[in-house]
Design a protein around this ligand. Structure first.
Ligand code: PDD
Length: 288
């Protein structure tokens, strides 16, 4: 039985327990991270921990651990699993109110400790065949709040919008806000126009993906032109290539958008080039 890390202890997954009064459960009051782990090495761990800090600051919850404790615990968690490639989830909620306080109140309880959970699942990165085929996506008005830069566990809009895509056998819903591309329900979106990458600049309307940052770094390093600024709906719909990126989907070409072929209707050359650079980069980083 694989173990999870719960409130500072390693416990077997089927013995891990959280109170029904936890504010994560009752109010969706918490934040999370998903870290890909290759051969038991967490990828870009410090960047994920920095984004966790940003999310905690955004919900005004003190970080329960320093960087060293996080690093040590997560490396040990990864080492304890019986599979080498992992998708590691970290979740911190505002915990359970102390006795004498309402069991459920929107306002923060006084005192009390956060609930801290981390667990790993086998990572299933896209296969070469999936990358060669690409996926289809739909668009929808972005129904979310104004702090999409925080990786919060209250994911109702993202859940419903991803399901809307899955219901029509698509992989993702791409969000538009005021005529501009923001991101996907659980991914960032890049478009390619005349050989140049275009993607929205980080803002409170999107999560700054760790994969997004890696893609932009690789583009800069390998001379692929990139424009980080507003992407209009018209630019999205007339793009030569559209990709979704995330820690688990990596660089996934979108070949149909709202039933209309993207560019040639097949994964494009820039997606192939970036995927090759990304795979090489992962290997180099993991080799140290
Ligand atoms: N989601 N935007 C949103 C809304 C996301 O949920 C994600 C990732 C991303 C990409 O971030 P990154 O490159 O750091 O994975 C962008 C994860 C995988 C999830 O919630 O499952």
């Amino acid at each position: 039985m694989n173990e999870v890390w719960l409130n500072g202890q390693f416990v077997p997954a089927d013995a891990a327990r959280v109170s029904v009064f936890d504010r994560g459960f009752l109010l969706g009051d918490g934040v999370y991270e998903i870290v890909p782990v290759y051969s038991r090495n967490p990828f870009r761990l410090d960047e994920h921990l920095a984004r966790l800090q940003h999310s905690l600051d955004g919900i005004r919850l003190a970080n329960p651990h320093g960087l060293d404790v996080w690093r040590r615990a997560l490396l040990e968690l990864a080492a304890r699993q019986d599979f080498a490639d992992q998708s590691l989830l970290i979740q911190v909620t505002r915990g359970v109110p102390l006795p004498g306080q309402p069991l459920r109140d929107h306002a923060f309880p006084r005192g009390g400790a956060p609930t801290v959970l981390a667990f790993a699942q086998p990572l299933v990165p896209p296969t070469d065949a999936q990358k060669a085929t690409g996926v289809c996506a739909i668009t929808a008005p972005d129904p979310r709040w104004q702090r999409c830069d925080l990786k919060v566990i209250s994911l109702m809009a993202n859940v419903l919008m991803r399901q809307q895509a899955v219901a029509v056998e698509c992989a993702e819903t791409v969000f538009l806000r005021d005529g501009l591309l923001t991101e996907g329900a659980a991914s960032n979106i890049f478009v390619v126009r005349e050989g140049s990458l275009c993607t929205p600049a980080p803002s409170t309307h999107m999560l700054t993906g760790i994969t997004y940052d890696v893609v932009l770094e690789l583009a800069a390093r390998h001379g692929i032109p990139a424009r980080v600024s507003e992407v209009t709906e018209a630019e999205l719909r007339s793009a030569d290539e559209v990709w979704m990126t995330s820690s688990t989907k990596e660089i996934m070409p979108v070949v149909m958008l709202d039933d209309v072929p993207v560019g040639s209707g097949e994964p494009g050359p820039v997606a192939r080039q970036m995927d090759a650079l990304y795979q090489q980069f992962k290997q180099d980083v993991m080799r140290g």
